[in-house]
Write a protein that binds this ligand. Structure first.
Ligand code: RIB
Length: 293
């Protein structure tokens, strides 16, 4: 069983010809409202990939919270959601015609998740975390999990300075290329950057590389996982799908290369559809892509 602890947002998604630069106004198309937030997204991705999953997060007392709960429930995620006095988190997402995105998050209720809400972790094999809830809470959760023998997966996104104690409690770190460069400072080259991060705690580190797939350092071994070539419509939620599917496959006992291969397929499918949670594939869809159908 997997526990995903993190953010839940309501996403307002607008398609634009290009992402606006500072000071620019761009006219977009009709906006779409959908459930999002890195934490909730990763829980949905893992559940649709077939894993038993619970989500721990904080939502406002508003109608957006209901929409998010419905999306989680319909995907088979067990709910451990708190009701906050802050509004449900919101994300304002522009998606360009090239499929790139720019996201502004107003975290609201996500800032009110607390250390005491974690509880005992006896039921879980994996704890999946991201960085859209308070950093001290992420660190407390990671350290509690580590102390209880639960494997900790951290998607260290969005990038921010991380305490050594947090990284020391992480088993598997997943970042994108920009995040890896920020975390590893002046190190040059992906392999050196991965080694630099490994020296700070996590024994397995994956850097996702978009259309180039991903590179993983696990122990002393490097694993290259190719991407699946797909027509890209919207990359929003692709990284979350990767993390959720990776956790799901590892939880069911798959090898790391197999889990990475499925995560790559899941992320590719998410890129072919609009939105975060609406774009996430079922296990059958992932298996079909892996099998080349
Ligand atoms: O990773 C994509 C997610 O980032 C979106 O769903 C948005 O809510 C932000 O949290």
């Amino acid at each position: 069983m997997i526990l995903v602890a993190g953010s839940a947002n309501i996403d307002f998604i607008t398609r634009v010809a290009h992402i606006p630069v500072p000071g620019e106004t761009v006219l977009g198309q009709t906006y779409l409202t959908a459930a999002g937030g890195k934490g909730a997204n990763q829980a949905v991705a893992a559940a649709r990939a077939g894993a038993p999953v619970e989500f721990l997060g904080a939502l406002g007392a508003d109608h957006f919270a209901e929409l998010i709960r419905d999306s989680l429930r319909l995907s088979g995620v067990g709910l451990r959601t708190m009701v906050s006095d802050q509004p449900t988190g919101a994300a304002f997402i522009s998606v360009s015609d090239q499929g790139e995105n720019a996201i502004t998050v107003s975290p609201g209720a996500n800032t009110t998740l607390q250390a005491k809400q974690l509880g005992a972790l006896g039921a879980y094999r994996y704890l999946v975390l991201q960085l859209e809830i308070p950093l001290e809470v992420v660190q407390y959760y990671a350290q509690s999990a580590k102390a209880q023998g639960v494997t900790v997966i951290l998607n260290a996104s969005p990038a921010q300075p991380l305490a050594p104690e947090l990284l020391a409690a992480v088993d598997i770190l997943v970042v994108n290329q920009g995040e890896l460069a920020q975390y590893s400072g002046k190190s040059e080259g992906l392999e050196q950057q991965l080694r630099q991060m490994q020296a700070r705690g996590p024994q397995t580190i994956t850097v996702t590389l978009g259309a180039q797939g991903s590179l993983t350092l696990s122990g002393h071994e490097y694993l290259e996982t190719p991407a699946f070539a797909v027509p890209v419509v919207d990359t929003t939620g692709a990284g979350d799908t990767f993390v959720g599917v990776l956790a799901a496959l590892l939880d069911e006992g798959a090898s790391l290369p197999e889990a990475l291969h499925h995560a790559s397929a899941g992320a590719a499918i998410a890129c072919t559809r609009v939105g975060a949670q609406p774009s996430m594939p079922t296990r059958a869809e992932i298996e079909a892509l892996v099998a080349g159908r």
